[in-house]
Ligand binder design. Sequence first.
Ligand code: MG
Ligand code: MG
Length: 267
Amino acid sequence: MIFYKTKEEVELIRKSSLLVSATLAEVATYLKPGITTLQVDTFAEKFIRDNGAVPSFKNYKGFPFTCCISVNDAIVHGFPNNDILQDGDIVSVDVGVYMNGFHGDSAYTFAIGEIKPELKQLLRVTKEALYKGIEKAIVGNRVGDIAYAIQEHTERKHGYGVVRELVGHGLGRQLHEEPQVPNFGKRGTLTKLHEGLVIAIEPMINLGKKDVFYDDDGWTVRTKDGKPSAHYEHTICVQRNKADILSSFDIIEKNEKANTNLESGYY
Ligand code: MG
Ligand code: MG
């Protein structure tokens, strides 16, 4: 069953989503070569709790951490650990917070130090694909229109692998609600989009092939060919002419840029 949200509910989801964005923006300033992903997780959890919210993922179906942190060939659901981030890594940080009875959910893939041009392009194209999907999230379209736009830009245009096993989702009082929002599919298919539908759109795009496997931890999803993967996610609300993006990359991008300039010595 789909729960369409009232305007008041959408505002509460926006609050939660913007706290997720603020958390990711803090993470953007914190990330650098030499730190561990477990340090990132501890830092993010403190920030969320200091802001009066609860991390949505912690203990969700037994997930033991605040963030899913997925480095290089890890696609999503990575466990924060004591591995040290290296110059040239790409790191997906996925965060959810629960506040005032509603969840927000967003993810961003960061570059650590200087990354290869092929990875820069993977990040750029995956982010572009997210916004191309969001463009289709308007009243009268269907979930398949979002899915098609993402697959078109990533798989057909750039030859990347689109993960099939994991998809975006509705959210609100629950972290995962109906409908599922895949990143591949046919135009004009799946759930019809009505005003007040809140969904997380989250392309998971592999530099190589689409195939995945689960790590021994039972959570971390990795590419079968060992090539890197990118992941960007926004929580959005379907509207008549233009989707309302409830999370925001603005401060994340600003901090990311400042962090990069600092590392390169440009003040
Ligand atoms: Mg997420
Ligand atoms: Mg999600």
